[in-house]
Design a protein around this ligand. Sequence first.
Ligand SMILES: *[C@@H]1O[C@H](CO)[C@@H](O)[C@H](O)[C@H]1NC(C)=O
Ligand SMILES: *[C@@H]1O[C@H](CO)[C@@H](O)[C@H](O)[C@H]1NC(C)=O
Ligand SMILES: *[C@@H]1O[C@H](CO)[C@@H](O)[C@H](O)[C@H]1NC(C)=O
Ligand SMILES: *[C@@H]1O[C@H](CO)[C@@H](O)[C@H](O)[C@H]1NC(C)=O
Ligand SMILES: *[C@@H]1O[C@H](CO)[C@@H](O)[C@H](O)[C@H]1NC(C)=O
Ligand SMILES: *[C@@H]1O[C@H](CO)[C@@H](O)[C@H](O)[C@H]1NC(C)=O
Ligand SMILES: *[C@@H]1O[C@H](CO)[C@@H](O)[C@H](O)[C@H]1NC(C)=O
Ligand SMILES: *[C@@H]1O[C@H](CO)[C@@H](O)[C@H](O)[C@H]1NC(C)=O
Ligand SMILES: *[C@@H]1O[C@H](CO)[C@@H](O)[C@H](O)[C@H]1NC(C)=O
Length: 695
Amino acid sequence: MRRAAVSILALPLLASAAPTQKRWQGAEACSYIATQTLSDPRDVVACLKSFPFREDLRQNVLAVAESVASFYTYETSAVNSPSPYQESTVNLESEFNRIRYQHYDTDYDFNVDLYFTVNRLNDGHTLWLPYCYVDAFQNLLPIPIVSLAKKADSKKESIYVIPDADQFFSQYLKGEFNQYYQDKGINISRLAGAEVTSIEGQDPYAYVSQIATNYTGNYLDHGIRENSVYASYRYTGGKWGQRLGDFAGPIVPSYPKYEITVTLIPTDTKKAETVTIPYVSTFLGKNFTDQASYWENNCAALNTTNGVDYKLQIVAANSTNSTNTSSETTEFATLHRGRQAVAALPDLNARREAINLPQPYVPTAYNASGSDDITYYTMLPDTTVGVMMLGSFSPADYYQWQTNLLDGINGLKAQGADHLIIDVTNNGGGYVCEGYLLHRLLAGPSVDPNPSFESVVRANELAKQMMASNIELAKTYDYYQILPNYFPPAWNHIAPNGSAYGPTEDFMDPSSSFSINGIQDSFSQRTADSCTPWNVDVPAEQPFPLSNVIILGNANCASTCSAFTTLMQELHGVKIVNFGAAKGAYSGMAGAEVLEWDALDSEFKTANLKDSPLAGPDLLVNANFRNNWRASYSYRRPDTFNPYNDDVADYSFSYTAETWNNPQALWTFAATEVLGVNIHSNNGNGKGKGQQHKT
Ligand SMILES: *[C@@H]1O[C@H](CO)[C@@H](O)[C@H](O)[C@H]1NC(C)=O
Ligand SMILES: *[C@@H]1O[C@H](CO)[C@@H](O)[C@H](O)[C@H]1NC(C)=O
Ligand SMILES: *[C@@H]1O[C@H](CO)[C@@H](O)[C@H](O)[C@H]1NC(C)=O
Ligand SMILES: *[C@@H]1O[C@H](CO)[C@@H](O)[C@H](O)[C@H]1NC(C)=O
Ligand SMILES: *[C@@H]1O[C@H](CO)[C@@H](O)[C@H](O)[C@H]1NC(C)=O
Ligand SMILES: *[C@@H]1O[C@H](CO)[C@@H](O)[C@H](O)[C@H]1NC(C)=O
Ligand SMILES: *[C@@H]1O[C@H](CO)[C@@H](O)[C@H](O)[C@H]1NC(C)=O
Ligand SMILES: *[C@@H]1O[C@H](CO)[C@@H](O)[C@H](O)[C@H]1NC(C)=O
Ligand SMILES: *[C@@H]1O[C@H](CO)[C@@H](O)[C@H](O)[C@H]1NC(C)=O
C-alpha cells in the first residue's frame, strides 16, 4: 500500500508523528522484517531485542575478551591515552568488570554495550563484532553530508547534503530506496545540495564532532574521524564508488537511531526549513524467515568462528607423501607464500556501501595497464603526471598485484610520466608486505633489507609459553610449512641484520618490561616483517625522483596505508596532501597489525595451549574479537608507539564543489597547486592558483 506523498513543508515532524502505526514486538517483529527489503529500524531493533539475556553467553564472551585484551598492545597505553588522544581513554579491565556485573535485559543490550566500550578505543584493529547485531542490518539516511568551501584555501566551510544525493540513491536497490522516501513525502532530489544549518537543533559541525566522538571509532585522531562522517569517493572491486559517510551510513547498524531533524536551505526555495527524516534499515545478513532462523543463520557460531590447530595441515600433508622430506624448495615456498600479515580496518563498509560513483564524477581518463580491483593507473590527460589510485592494500590476488604494480608504474613512465600522484582516499589498509613493496619500489634498494618499522608484540605469560612450546614442537613438526606468529622464523631481525630468526631464537626471552601509565607491561624484543623475496624482480632504480611524488587523500588512510604514507614522509620527505576536515593528521594506526579472533585461537591450539586458563574458550556465537596485537615504532621518535605520533600533512585543503567527489578534478588541482605542473587543457578545475597553506 502506498501512502499519498505529503510535502515536507506541510508536515515537518512527519516521521515522529506516527503513533498509530502498528509496531511489531518480539518474535513477531523478526517474522515481519523477514519479508521486507527496507524496514523501519524500530522493527529491526524489536527483533534483535527479542533474544533474552543469557548469562552463559556473557561468561563465554567476557572470557574471550579478557584473553584477547592481554594480547592487545595498547591495553596499558589506553588506560590514560596520551595527549591529544585523551578521548580514546578506556580501561578495558575495569570496563570488563563492570560489564560482568551489570544487569542487561537482552543479549542485544549486552553486546551493544561491549561493542561501544571497545569502539571507544578508536582503534579499528580492536573491535568486538557480534555479527548478529553489527553486520546484519544497516541504518541509512538519504542525506549524506559533506563540508565544502568556496575555495580550497578558504578556512570557511559549510555543510551540505551531498549534491549528488539524487543520482546516488536512484540506483540503490533499483530505485526502491528513493521510492521508500517518496512514499514518506521526502523528495531526495529536492534536498540534494541543500545547505545544512542545524542538526538536532545544534550547530551542524558540533553534531558532526559528536558522531566522531561517540560512534565513528577506527582512528585515534578526532579530525580523521570527522572526515569519516562525510561522504567521499572510493575505488574498490575495480569500480569507482561512494561512501555514505557515518552521518548517513551505518556506524552500528542496529543502534536505535530512528530519525533526525535538520534545518536546511534547499537549492530551489533558498529558504530555511526544518525537516525530520527517518532512518531506514536494509538487510545484509543471511536469509531467515522467523526468530529461530534469524538466530540460527546469523547469531550462532559458525565452524569458522574459532581457530584450528595448524599442525593438522602438516600431518595431512605428511601422510599423503611420507617419503617427501623437507627441502630447500619447501622452505622457500613456505617462507614466500607463508605469513601474509594484515593491517586493515574491518571490511564491513565495502560491502555495505558499494554504491557506484554517479557518472559525472567518474574519471574520463584512460584506465592504464596494471589496473586491477584495488588499483587504477592513469595519466592526467595532456600532462606528464601519472596517477595511481590505490583503494586498499587488499588485492584479490596477492601475487598478481605485485606484478601489476611494476606494470602500472612502467606503463605510466612509458606514457611519459615524470610526476606521480598516489591517491589513498579511503584506503583502509590490507597486506603489510604489499605496502612495503610499494615503499621499496618507489624508494629504491637503499631501504633493504627491512622496508618496514621495528615492532614488538606483548610478552604476556601465554605468549611466552606459546613461543617456547612452538620451538619445542618444531623439533617434531615441519613448522616452516605453517609459520605461526609465535614461531621465531616468522619474523626478521631488525636492520641492518635483516635475516629471519632461527627456529630456536626466542625473541621473548628476555622480554623487555617497562611501565606505561604506572602499569608494568612486557614486550618482545624488536622484530621486523619478513616480506622478501618478493614475487617480482624489484628494479634497482627509483622510477620517479621522490620530490616529484605526492600522496593525497582524505586522511581516512588506515593501517598498511598509514604505514606506507608515514614511511614515505618520515624516511624520504615525500609530501602528503590532505583534503577535508582533518587539517593535521593524515593517517591512522601506522605499522600496527591485526589478529582476528580465529587466528589468535589457532595460535593457542597450534601451540597445544588451548587448555590454559589464559586462553579464551571457543566462542559460542557468530562473532569476532579482533585485536591489534603488534605495535611499531616511529623513525622520528623511536621510543614512541607509532599511533601516538602526530603525523602532520604537508598541505591541507578544503574540498570544494568542484573537487569533493571528483577524483580527476582533485588530481588536477593537486598537480597544479602542489606539484606546480602547468595544465592547459580543461582537466576539471585546474584553473587559478590559490594560496598554498602548509600545516
Ligand atoms: C522532487 O524535486 C525535484 C527537484 O526539485 C523536482 O524536479 C521533482 O518534480 C520533485 N518530485 C516530486 C515527486 O515532487
Ligand atoms: C554523544 O555523547 C554525549 C555524552 O554521552 C551525549 O551528551 C551526546 O548527546 C552524544 N551525541 C550524539 C550525537 O549521540
Ligand atoms: C580498470 O582496469 C582494470 C583492469 O582491466 C579493471 O579491472 C577495472 O575494473 C577498471 N576500472 C575502471 C573503473 O574502469
Ligand atoms: C535470500 O533471499 C533473497 C530474497 O528473497 C533471495 O533473492 C536470495 O537468493 C536469498 N539468498 C539465499 C542465499 O538464499
Ligand atoms: C564448515 O561448514 C561448511 C558448510 O556448512 C562446509 O562446507 C565447510 O567445509 C566447513 N568447514 C570446516 C573448516 O569444517
Ligand atoms: C607433500 O606434497 C605436497 C604436494 O605434492 C607438498 O605441498 C607438501 O609440502 C609435501 N609434504 C611434505 C611433508 O613435504
Ligand atoms: C615433495 O615436496 C616438494 C616441495 O613441497 C614438492 O614440490 C614435491 O611435489 C613433493 N613430492 C612428492 C612426491 O609429493
Ligand atoms: C611424518 O611421516 C613420517 C613417516 O610416515 C612419520 O614417521 C612422522 O612421524 C610423521 N610426522 C608427523 C609430524 O606427522
Ligand atoms: C643476524 O643475527 C643473528 C643473531 O645474532 C645471527 O645468527 C645471524 O647470522 C645474523 N645474520 C646476518 C645476515 O648477519
